[in-house]
Design a protein around this ligand. Sequence first.
Ligand SMILES: NC(=O)c1ccc[n+]([C@@H]2O[C@H](COP(=O)([O-])OP(=O)(O)OC[C@H]3O[C@@H](n4cnc5c(N)ncnc54)[C@H](OP(=O)(O)O)[C@@H]3O)[C@@H](O)[C@H]2O)c1
Length: 311
Amino acid sequence: MSSVASTSADNPPRGAANPMRRYLHTNGATKSNETQAPYALVTGTTGGMGEEWAKQLAALGFNIILQGRNRSKLETVQSAIAVATPSAQTRLLVTEATIYPNEHLTQELTSLLSDPEVRLTVVINNLGTANAHFPLLEEETSETIAQVIISNTIFPAEVTRICLPHLKRHEPSLLAVVSSIGVWATPPYVSPYIGTKGFDLGFCQSLYNEMIAEKRDVDVTCLVPGQVISGMLDAPESLMIPTSEGWTRAAIQSLAPGMWNFWSVKPGVCIVPHRWQYWATVVTSFLPAGVTRRLAIGIAKGLKEGAAKKK
Ligand SMILES: NC(=O)c1ccc[n+]([C@@H]2O[C@H](COP(=O)([O-])OP(=O)(O)OC[C@H]3O[C@@H](n4cnc5c(N)ncnc54)[C@H](OP(=O)(O)O)[C@@H]3O)[C@@H](O)[C@H]2O)c1
């Protein structure tokens, strides 16, 4: 944890400048041929944080590509955006995330991005899956392990591979991947999931450096949530466990230029956006390893017992 730069920025002040103006190209970067709002692609938008990313980015002025595997659920989110933000255009990318090879993803996304009206400046690789039953590793099937690994690693890598030429064409632009505080806390019973979240972090760190090496203005950042109430986690809201709406608001605000990156307009390569989760990460990084391990095991056992009761 000590080797990564982190920031905290929830509860943005009311009336603050649009935190995404760098990617809306309304901060002086507007090019003469840019008449329509740019597009943001968000994966996993039929619930949880992905749905919030889509709604909040639309409210901030983006057109949205909504990705999900279930068309009718996507249409429900599309309708909600049309009511809340009538000016936002939305397009659907209906594709599974847990299969490989995924020719359907390549075809559909390439086709969407070939439309000259789709000027892509933001990609949020939000989609992530986990085995909700917290099994022992040997109780997993090879299929469930493969699904988690494919949806959390190959799927965002493929989405990024296809989108990157478009993000480079429409700089300054943003490529984000959602990881998990679990990569540092390393709770038991979710080893395939935690392994994939470590991939997401390393993937972003290398790609961040690739953009610098190639002198590109594509900002790459890994966003790191702790526990958040969503389809993945059913828990009461607390200081340390925000709603999907609250966490996403903090994440968007953390992408804005601010005090922590006054030497650069770019967001950091790794961000813990939620204020209390950030401070918890800082404090636990000073604790002896045995203490943080016991904490992680205690939390995971509680979640495992809760999942068993729901079965
Ligand atoms: N919630 C947390 O406590 C937490 C903590 C740390 C990191 N994260 C990360 O944050 C990101 C968003 O998580 P979330 O909690 O908001 O997710 P979520 O509510 O569980 O899932 C929302 C989206 O993921 C899709 N999805 C779920 N299972 C899927 C599967 N097997 N195949 C394809 N799509 C699937 C859902 O589609 P359907 O509607 O079709 O099911 C939905 O679009 C993930 O990358 C997750 O790893 C979450």
